[in-house]
Write a protein that binds this ligand. Sequence first.
Ligand code: FES
Length: 77
Amino acid sequence: LLLPKPSPPPPICNPAIKKESPKVADLVEIEDLAKEKISYCRCWRSSKFPYCDGTHNKHNETTGDNVGPLVLKRKEK
Ligand code: FES
């Protein structure tokens, strides 16, 4: 009897950020926006996580991916 091979697990998104934690979540209160604009990493490869350090550019060039940051901007009054 030949059984089908089990499917490999899907690849992980997060290669290195806070791996000791069962879930990585970050809270941002709007009052925390001391700067006019701030970028949050969505590629899971920033050395300044949760902030974007531009590492997504190298990741995109290397892999053909198209990830980028979440940019929060203070609304102009
Ligand atoms: Fe991850 Fe920019 S470094 S989105």
